[in-house]
Design a protein around this ligand. Structure first.
Ligand code: NZQ
Ligand code: ZN
Length: 382
Protein backbone atom coordinates (compact mmCIF):
# COMPACT_ATOMS: atom_id res chain seq x y z
CA UNK A 1 0.00 0.00 0.00
CA UNK A 2 1.56 3.27 -1.06
CA UNK A 3 -0.04 6.66 -1.53
CA UNK A 4 0.01 10.42 -0.94
CA UNK A 5 -3.16 11.77 0.59
CA UNK A 6 -4.44 15.20 1.50
CA UNK A 7 -7.95 16.60 1.53
CA UNK A 8 -7.55 20.35 2.00
CA UNK A 9 -11.26 21.29 1.80
CA UNK A 10 -12.57 22.74 5.06
CA UNK A 11 -16.02 21.31 5.73
CA UNK A 12 -18.72 23.37 7.44
CA UNK A 13 -21.35 20.74 8.25
CA UNK A 14 -24.79 21.28 9.74
CA UNK A 15 -27.81 23.51 9.89
CA UNK A 16 -27.16 27.24 9.61
CA UNK A 17 -23.60 26.78 8.35
CA UNK A 18 -23.99 28.92 5.21
CA UNK A 19 -23.31 31.93 7.44
CA UNK A 20 -19.82 30.51 8.13
CA UNK A 21 -18.54 31.47 4.69
CA UNK A 22 -17.99 34.94 6.16
CA UNK A 23 -14.88 33.52 7.81
CA UNK A 24 -13.49 32.24 4.54
CA UNK A 25 -14.11 35.07 2.09
CA UNK A 26 -12.27 38.33 2.62
CA UNK A 27 -13.89 41.70 1.96
CA UNK A 28 -10.91 42.35 -0.31
CA UNK A 29 -12.00 39.51 -2.62
CA UNK A 30 -13.93 40.14 -5.80
CA UNK A 31 -16.39 37.26 -5.76
CA UNK A 32 -18.47 35.64 -8.50
CA UNK A 33 -21.35 33.52 -7.17
CA UNK A 34 -22.14 30.81 -9.73
CA UNK A 35 -25.42 28.89 -9.63
CA UNK A 36 -27.79 26.85 -11.74
CA UNK A 37 -31.35 27.17 -12.99
CA UNK A 38 -32.74 28.99 -9.98
CA UNK A 39 -33.63 26.36 -7.35
CA UNK A 40 -31.60 28.41 -4.84
CA UNK A 41 -33.91 31.38 -5.36
CA UNK A 42 -36.93 29.30 -4.33
CA UNK A 43 -35.55 27.63 -1.23
CA UNK A 44 -33.92 30.50 0.63
CA UNK A 45 -30.32 29.46 -0.10
CA UNK A 46 -29.74 32.52 -2.30
CA UNK A 47 -30.96 34.79 0.50
CA UNK A 48 -28.68 33.10 3.04
CA UNK A 49 -25.74 33.49 0.65
CA UNK A 50 -26.45 37.18 0.06
CA UNK A 51 -26.73 37.76 3.82
CA UNK A 52 -23.40 36.02 4.40
CA UNK A 53 -21.83 38.12 1.63
CA UNK A 54 -23.22 41.42 2.87
CA UNK A 55 -19.73 42.85 3.43
CA UNK A 56 -18.25 41.34 0.28
CA UNK A 57 -17.81 42.67 -3.22
CA UNK A 58 -19.79 40.18 -5.30
CA UNK A 59 -21.70 39.59 -8.51
CA UNK A 60 -23.45 36.53 -9.91
CA UNK A 61 -23.61 34.19 -12.88
CA UNK A 62 -26.61 31.87 -13.23
CA UNK A 63 -27.86 29.31 -15.71
CA UNK A 64 -25.33 26.52 -15.31
CA UNK A 65 -27.30 23.53 -16.55
CA UNK A 66 -27.33 19.92 -15.27
CA UNK A 67 -24.40 18.22 -17.04
CA UNK A 68 -22.78 21.65 -17.44
CA UNK A 69 -21.65 22.72 -20.87
CA UNK A 70 -18.46 24.44 -21.86
CA UNK A 71 -20.56 26.72 -24.05
CA UNK A 72 -22.39 28.18 -21.02
CA UNK A 73 -19.35 28.16 -18.73
CA UNK A 74 -17.18 30.06 -21.20
CA UNK A 75 -19.50 33.05 -20.67
CA UNK A 76 -18.51 33.05 -16.99
CA UNK A 77 -14.84 32.75 -17.94
CA UNK A 78 -15.21 35.90 -20.05
CA UNK A 79 -16.80 37.82 -17.17
CA UNK A 80 -14.05 36.77 -14.78
CA UNK A 81 -11.29 37.81 -17.16
CA UNK A 82 -12.95 41.16 -17.87
CA UNK A 83 -13.79 42.01 -14.27
CA UNK A 84 -10.73 40.70 -12.47
CA UNK A 85 -12.73 38.34 -10.23
CA UNK A 86 -10.51 36.46 -7.78
CA UNK A 87 -12.90 34.15 -5.91
CA UNK A 88 -15.68 31.83 -7.11
CA UNK A 89 -18.49 30.71 -4.85
CA UNK A 90 -20.31 27.73 -6.39
CA UNK A 91 -23.84 27.26 -5.03
CA UNK A 92 -25.53 24.12 -6.27
CA UNK A 93 -25.18 20.43 -7.02
CA UNK A 94 -22.38 18.58 -8.80
CA UNK A 95 -23.07 20.37 -12.07
CA UNK A 96 -22.63 23.86 -10.64
CA UNK A 97 -19.56 22.87 -8.63
CA UNK A 98 -17.95 21.01 -11.55
CA UNK A 99 -18.79 23.90 -13.86
CA UNK A 100 -17.21 26.34 -11.41
CA UNK A 101 -14.04 24.23 -11.34
CA UNK A 102 -13.81 24.49 -15.11
CA UNK A 103 -14.39 28.24 -14.93
CA UNK A 104 -11.73 28.58 -12.20
CA UNK A 105 -9.10 26.82 -14.31
CA UNK A 106 -10.10 28.18 -17.73
CA UNK A 107 -9.97 31.76 -16.39
CA UNK A 108 -6.23 31.34 -15.84
CA UNK A 109 -5.63 30.05 -19.37
CA UNK A 110 -5.37 32.04 -22.57
CA UNK A 111 -6.51 29.27 -24.91
CA UNK A 112 -9.82 27.41 -25.27
CA UNK A 113 -10.85 25.96 -21.89
CA UNK A 114 -11.85 22.71 -23.59
CA UNK A 115 -8.11 21.99 -23.92
CA UNK A 116 -8.22 21.17 -20.19
CA UNK A 117 -10.64 18.31 -20.87
CA UNK A 118 -8.76 16.92 -23.85
CA UNK A 119 -5.46 17.03 -21.99
CA UNK A 120 -3.96 19.63 -24.33
CA UNK A 121 -3.61 22.02 -21.40
CA UNK A 122 -2.37 20.87 -18.01
CA UNK A 123 -3.90 23.02 -15.26
CA UNK A 124 -1.19 24.80 -13.28
CA UNK A 125 -3.24 27.60 -11.74
CA UNK A 126 -6.88 28.42 -10.97
CA UNK A 127 -9.00 31.01 -9.23
CA UNK A 128 -9.80 30.07 -5.62
CA UNK A 129 -13.16 28.42 -5.17
CA UNK A 130 -15.58 27.60 -2.36
CA UNK A 131 -18.77 25.50 -2.56
CA UNK A 132 -22.20 25.52 -1.00
CA UNK A 133 -23.66 22.12 -1.74
CA UNK A 134 -27.38 21.80 -2.45
CA UNK A 135 -27.56 18.21 -3.71
CA UNK A 136 -25.56 15.42 -2.06
CA UNK A 137 -24.38 12.93 -4.69
CA UNK A 138 -21.16 13.59 -6.51
CA UNK A 139 -18.67 14.49 -3.79
CA UNK A 140 -17.49 17.31 -6.06
CA UNK A 141 -17.65 19.74 -3.11
CA UNK A 142 -14.46 18.31 -1.63
CA UNK A 143 -12.63 16.59 -4.46
CA UNK A 144 -10.54 17.70 -7.42
CA UNK A 145 -12.62 16.23 -10.24
CA UNK A 146 -15.05 17.82 -12.68
CA UNK A 147 -17.08 16.50 -15.59
CA UNK A 148 -17.90 18.91 -18.42
CA UNK A 149 -19.88 18.53 -21.65
CA UNK A 150 -19.18 20.08 -25.02
CA UNK A 151 -22.71 20.34 -26.35
CA UNK A 152 -21.58 20.96 -29.91
CA UNK A 153 -20.10 17.45 -30.20
CA UNK A 154 -22.03 15.68 -27.40
CA UNK A 155 -18.76 14.97 -25.63
CA UNK A 156 -18.68 14.56 -21.82
CA UNK A 157 -15.16 14.40 -20.38
CA UNK A 158 -13.58 14.65 -16.93
CA UNK A 159 -10.51 16.40 -15.59
CA UNK A 160 -8.77 16.35 -12.24
CA UNK A 161 -6.57 19.02 -10.73
CA UNK A 162 -5.63 19.89 -7.16
CA UNK A 163 -5.86 23.57 -8.18
CA UNK A 164 -9.66 23.36 -8.49
CA UNK A 165 -10.37 21.58 -5.23
CA UNK A 166 -12.70 23.82 -3.19
CA UNK A 167 -11.06 25.65 -0.27
CA UNK A 168 -14.22 25.08 1.75
CA UNK A 169 -17.56 23.33 1.37
CA UNK A 170 -20.77 24.06 3.25
CA UNK A 171 -22.91 20.97 3.84
CA UNK A 172 -26.16 22.14 5.41
CA UNK A 173 -28.69 19.28 5.20
CA UNK A 174 -31.58 21.76 5.40
CA UNK A 175 -30.95 22.74 1.77
CA UNK A 176 -32.11 19.24 0.78
CA UNK A 177 -35.68 19.95 1.85
CA UNK A 178 -36.63 21.16 -1.62
CA UNK A 179 -34.91 18.39 -3.55
CA UNK A 180 -37.27 16.38 -5.74
CA UNK A 181 -37.46 12.70 -4.71
CA UNK A 182 -35.77 11.75 -7.95
CA UNK A 183 -32.67 13.76 -7.04
CA UNK A 184 -32.51 12.22 -3.55
CA UNK A 185 -32.60 8.77 -5.14
CA UNK A 186 -29.95 9.85 -7.64
CA UNK A 187 -27.80 10.90 -4.70
CA UNK A 188 -28.04 7.49 -3.04
CA UNK A 189 -27.23 5.67 -6.29
CA UNK A 190 -24.35 7.92 -7.35
CA UNK A 191 -22.68 7.71 -3.93
CA UNK A 192 -23.23 3.94 -3.87
CA UNK A 193 -21.54 3.48 -7.24
CA UNK A 194 -18.68 5.79 -6.20
CA UNK A 195 -17.90 3.43 -3.35
CA UNK A 196 -18.24 0.40 -5.63
CA UNK A 197 -15.83 1.87 -8.20
CA UNK A 198 -13.16 2.03 -5.50
CA UNK A 199 -14.09 -1.16 -3.61
CA UNK A 200 -15.38 -3.76 -6.09
CA UNK A 201 -12.03 -4.42 -7.70
CA UNK A 202 -9.37 -6.88 -6.63
CA UNK A 203 -8.79 -8.22 -3.16
CA UNK A 204 -5.91 -6.29 -1.64
CA UNK A 205 -6.58 -6.75 2.07
CA UNK A 206 -6.63 -2.98 2.59
CA UNK A 207 -8.64 -3.37 5.78
CA UNK A 208 -9.25 0.32 6.47
CA UNK A 209 -10.38 1.18 2.93
CA UNK A 210 -12.52 -1.97 2.70
CA UNK A 211 -14.03 -1.51 6.14
CA UNK A 212 -14.93 2.13 5.59
CA UNK A 213 -16.31 1.37 2.12
CA UNK A 214 -18.54 -1.29 3.66
CA UNK A 215 -19.72 1.17 6.32
CA UNK A 216 -20.65 3.66 3.61
CA UNK A 217 -22.44 0.99 1.55
CA UNK A 218 -24.40 -0.23 4.58
CA UNK A 219 -25.30 3.39 5.41
CA UNK A 220 -26.56 4.05 1.88
CA UNK A 221 -28.50 0.77 1.96
CA UNK A 222 -30.20 1.82 5.21
CA UNK A 223 -30.99 5.24 3.73
CA UNK A 224 -32.61 3.51 0.75
CA UNK A 225 -34.57 1.18 3.00
CA UNK A 226 -35.74 4.09 5.16
CA UNK A 227 -36.53 6.37 2.24
CA UNK A 228 -39.93 7.08 3.81
CA UNK A 229 -38.02 8.94 6.56
CA UNK A 230 -36.37 11.30 4.07
CA UNK A 231 -38.07 14.27 5.67
CA UNK A 232 -36.09 13.78 8.85
CA UNK A 233 -33.01 15.82 9.83
CA UNK A 234 -30.91 12.78 10.65
CA UNK A 235 -31.76 11.01 7.40
CA UNK A 236 -30.73 14.08 5.42
CA UNK A 237 -27.52 14.58 7.40
CA UNK A 238 -26.53 10.94 6.93
CA UNK A 239 -27.02 11.09 3.16
CA UNK A 240 -25.13 14.36 2.87
CA UNK A 241 -22.16 13.07 4.84
CA UNK A 242 -22.00 9.61 3.26
CA UNK A 243 -22.18 11.01 -0.29
CA UNK A 244 -19.34 13.36 0.60
CA UNK A 245 -17.19 10.62 2.11
CA UNK A 246 -17.82 8.30 -0.84
CA UNK A 247 -15.74 10.45 -3.17
CA UNK A 248 -13.37 12.63 -1.18
CA UNK A 249 -10.31 10.54 -2.03
CA UNK A 250 -9.98 8.57 1.21
CA UNK A 251 -11.38 5.12 0.40
CA UNK A 252 -9.62 5.08 -2.97
CA UNK A 253 -6.16 5.79 -1.53
CA UNK A 254 -3.69 3.00 -2.10
CA UNK A 255 -6.16 0.62 -3.76
CA UNK A 256 -7.10 -0.28 -7.33
CA UNK A 257 -9.97 1.71 -8.84
CA UNK A 258 -12.30 0.84 -11.68
CA UNK A 259 -14.52 3.76 -12.99
CA UNK A 260 -15.64 1.85 -16.12
CA UNK A 261 -19.31 2.13 -15.09
CA UNK A 262 -18.87 5.90 -14.95
CA UNK A 263 -17.07 6.16 -18.29
CA UNK A 264 -19.74 4.12 -20.11
CA UNK A 265 -22.53 5.93 -18.23
CA UNK A 266 -21.15 9.33 -19.22
CA UNK A 267 -21.66 8.41 -22.88
CA UNK A 268 -25.34 7.66 -22.23
CA UNK A 269 -25.71 11.07 -20.63
CA UNK A 270 -23.86 12.77 -23.49
CA UNK A 271 -26.01 11.11 -26.16
CA UNK A 272 -29.42 10.90 -24.52
CA UNK A 273 -29.33 13.14 -21.46
CA UNK A 274 -29.80 10.24 -19.02
CA UNK A 275 -29.37 11.49 -15.42
CA UNK A 276 -25.84 10.67 -14.27
CA UNK A 277 -26.89 8.33 -11.44
CA UNK A 278 -29.47 6.57 -13.61
CA UNK A 279 -26.83 5.83 -16.24
CA UNK A 280 -24.75 4.11 -13.56
CA UNK A 281 -27.59 1.85 -12.42
CA UNK A 282 -28.12 0.87 -16.05
CA UNK A 283 -24.49 -0.03 -16.72
CA UNK A 284 -23.25 -1.45 -13.42
CA UNK A 285 -25.15 -4.78 -13.04
CA UNK A 286 -24.31 -5.79 -16.62
CA UNK A 287 -20.70 -4.73 -16.14
CA UNK A 288 -20.34 -6.70 -12.89
CA UNK A 289 -21.71 -9.84 -14.59
CA UNK A 290 -19.30 -9.33 -17.49
CA UNK A 291 -16.39 -8.91 -15.06
CA UNK A 292 -17.44 -11.62 -12.62
CA UNK A 293 -14.12 -13.48 -12.70
CA UNK A 294 -12.04 -10.36 -12.02
CA UNK A 295 -14.35 -9.15 -9.24
CA UNK A 296 -15.52 -12.44 -7.71
CA UNK A 297 -13.62 -12.19 -4.43
CA UNK A 298 -14.72 -8.65 -3.65
CA UNK A 299 -18.30 -9.36 -4.71
CA UNK A 300 -18.29 -12.25 -2.24
CA UNK A 301 -16.90 -10.01 0.49
CA UNK A 302 -19.58 -7.39 -0.28
CA UNK A 303 -22.29 -10.06 -0.26
CA UNK A 304 -21.38 -11.07 3.26
CA UNK A 305 -20.38 -7.73 4.81
CA UNK A 306 -22.95 -5.44 3.17
CA UNK A 307 -25.93 -7.64 2.33
CA UNK A 308 -25.49 -10.37 4.97
CA UNK A 309 -25.76 -13.14 2.36
CA UNK A 310 -24.85 -16.74 3.13
CA UNK A 311 -21.66 -18.35 1.81
CA UNK A 312 -22.01 -20.51 -1.28
CA UNK A 313 -20.60 -21.09 -4.73
CA UNK A 314 -22.91 -18.55 -6.34
CA UNK A 315 -22.36 -15.84 -3.70
CA UNK A 316 -20.89 -13.34 -6.19
CA UNK A 317 -23.83 -13.83 -8.55
CA UNK A 318 -26.27 -13.33 -5.64
CA UNK A 319 -24.46 -10.14 -4.63
CA UNK A 320 -25.01 -8.68 -8.10
CA UNK A 321 -28.69 -9.64 -7.82
CA UNK A 322 -28.84 -7.91 -4.44
CA UNK A 323 -27.31 -4.73 -5.93
CA UNK A 324 -29.83 -4.84 -8.75
CA UNK A 325 -32.72 -5.42 -6.33
CA UNK A 326 -31.50 -2.45 -4.28
CA UNK A 327 -31.83 -0.20 -7.34
CA UNK A 328 -35.24 -1.66 -8.15
CA UNK A 329 -36.38 -1.05 -4.56
CA UNK A 330 -35.58 2.64 -5.22
CA UNK A 331 -37.53 2.44 -8.49
CA UNK A 332 -34.33 3.06 -10.41
CA UNK A 333 -34.18 1.12 -13.66
CA UNK A 334 -31.28 -1.14 -14.59
CA UNK A 335 -31.92 -1.22 -18.33
CA UNK A 336 -32.23 1.63 -20.81
CA UNK A 337 -35.13 1.62 -23.22
CA UNK A 338 -35.67 5.25 -24.24
CA UNK A 339 -33.46 5.27 -27.32
CA UNK A 340 -34.65 5.84 -30.83
CA UNK A 341 -34.03 3.36 -33.65
CA UNK A 342 -32.91 -0.22 -33.04
CA UNK A 343 -31.07 -1.67 -30.06
CA UNK A 344 -28.07 -2.40 -32.31
CA UNK A 345 -27.91 1.22 -33.45
CA UNK A 346 -28.04 2.42 -29.85
CA UNK A 347 -25.17 0.12 -28.86
CA UNK A 348 -23.07 1.13 -31.87
CA UNK A 349 -23.63 4.82 -31.14
CA UNK A 350 -22.27 4.31 -27.62
CA UNK A 351 -19.34 2.22 -28.84
CA UNK A 352 -18.43 4.93 -31.33
CA UNK A 353 -18.46 7.53 -28.52
CA UNK A 354 -16.27 5.33 -26.30
CA UNK A 355 -13.86 4.77 -29.16
CA UNK A 356 -13.71 8.47 -30.05
CA UNK A 357 -12.92 9.34 -26.44
CA UNK A 358 -10.20 6.74 -26.02
CA UNK A 359 -12.29 4.64 -23.60
CA UNK A 360 -11.01 1.41 -25.08
CA UNK A 361 -9.23 -0.09 -22.07
CA UNK A 362 -11.36 0.52 -19.00
CA UNK A 363 -11.40 -1.16 -15.60
CA UNK A 364 -8.93 -1.84 -12.81
CA UNK A 365 -6.64 -3.83 -15.13
CA UNK A 366 -7.54 -1.94 -18.33
CA UNK A 367 -9.24 -5.25 -19.16
CA UNK A 368 -12.54 -3.83 -20.47
CA UNK A 369 -12.07 -3.54 -24.22
CA UNK A 370 -14.62 -2.18 -26.66
CA UNK A 371 -15.75 -5.78 -27.19
CA UNK A 372 -16.44 -6.11 -23.47
CA UNK A 373 -18.28 -2.80 -23.52
CA UNK A 374 -20.38 -4.06 -26.44
CA UNK A 375 -21.29 -7.19 -24.47
CA UNK A 376 -22.09 -5.11 -21.38
CA UNK A 377 -24.31 -2.79 -23.41
CA UNK A 378 -26.15 -5.68 -25.03
CA UNK A 379 -27.49 -6.44 -21.50
CA UNK A 380 -27.77 -2.84 -20.28
CA UNK A 381 -29.85 -1.73 -23.24
CA UNK A 382 -33.35 -3.23 -23.45
O1 NZQ B 1 -29.98 24.11 -11.52
P1 NZQ B 1 -30.85 24.15 -10.31
O2 NZQ B 1 -32.02 25.05 -10.47
O3 NZQ B 1 -30.09 24.43 -9.05
O4 NZQ B 1 -31.54 22.68 -10.17
C1 NZQ B 1 -30.79 21.50 -9.95
C2 NZQ B 1 -30.75 20.58 -11.18
O5 NZQ B 1 -31.86 20.78 -12.00
C3 NZQ B 1 -31.54 20.66 -8.94
N1 NZQ B 1 -31.22 21.00 -7.55
C4 NZQ B 1 -30.00 21.04 -6.97
N2 NZQ B 1 -30.12 21.34 -5.66
C5 NZQ B 1 -31.45 21.50 -5.42
C6 NZQ B 1 -32.15 21.28 -6.62
N3 NZQ B 1 -33.50 21.38 -6.70
C7 NZQ B 1 -34.17 21.67 -5.58
N4 NZQ B 1 -33.58 21.86 -4.38
C8 NZQ B 1 -32.23 21.77 -4.26
N5 NZQ B 1 -31.63 21.91 -3.07
O6 NZQ B 1 -31.12 19.34 -9.21
C9 NZQ B 1 -30.86 19.20 -10.60
C10 NZQ B 1 -29.63 18.34 -10.81
O7 NZQ B 1 -28.48 18.99 -10.33
P2 NZQ B 1 -27.02 18.49 -10.73
O8 NZQ B 1 -26.06 19.40 -10.10
O9 NZQ B 1 -26.94 18.27 -12.20
O10 NZQ B 1 -26.96 17.03 -10.04
P3 NZQ B 1 -25.75 16.23 -9.46
O11 NZQ B 1 -25.30 16.79 -8.16
O12 NZQ B 1 -26.20 14.82 -9.48
O13 NZQ B 1 -24.54 16.45 -10.47
C11 NZQ B 1 -24.40 15.68 -11.65
C12 NZQ B 1 -23.16 16.10 -12.40
O14 NZQ B 1 -21.96 15.79 -11.65
C13 NZQ B 1 -21.08 14.99 -12.45
C14 NZQ B 1 -22.03 14.28 -13.36
O15 NZQ B 1 -21.38 13.74 -14.48
C15 NZQ B 1 -23.03 15.35 -13.72
O16 NZQ B 1 -22.53 16.19 -14.74
N6 NZQ B 1 -20.21 14.19 -11.57
C16 NZQ B 1 -19.20 14.82 -10.93
C17 NZQ B 1 -18.31 14.13 -10.13
C18 NZQ B 1 -17.18 14.81 -9.45
N7 NZQ B 1 -16.94 16.08 -9.69
O17 NZQ B 1 -16.45 14.21 -8.67
C19 NZQ B 1 -18.38 12.69 -9.94
C20 NZQ B 1 -19.67 12.11 -10.39
O18 NZQ B 1 -19.44 10.75 -10.67
C21 NZQ B 1 -20.31 12.76 -11.57
O19 NZQ B 1 -19.78 12.27 -12.79
ZN1 ZN C 1 -20.90 9.49 -10.16
Amino acid sequence: MQFNYVNPTQIFFGQGQIASIKQSISSANKVLVIYGGGSIKKNGVYDQVSDALSDANWSEFSGVEPNPTKETLDKAVKIIKEQGIDFILAVGGGSVIDGSKYVAAASKYEGDGWDILTGNHHVSDAISLGAILTLPATGSESNMGAVITKAETQTKLAFMSPYVQPKFAVLDPDVMKTLPEKQLLNGIVDAWVHVCEQYLTLKQDALVQDGYSETLLRTLKVLGETFNQRDNDKWRANLMWSANQALNGLIGSGVAQDWATHMIGHEMTALWGVDHARSLAIVQPALLRNQLDVKREKLEQMGINVFGLAQGKDLAERTIEAIESFYHSLEVETQFSEYQGSKEEAIEALIEQLSDHGMTQLGEHQQISLDNSRQILSHAIA
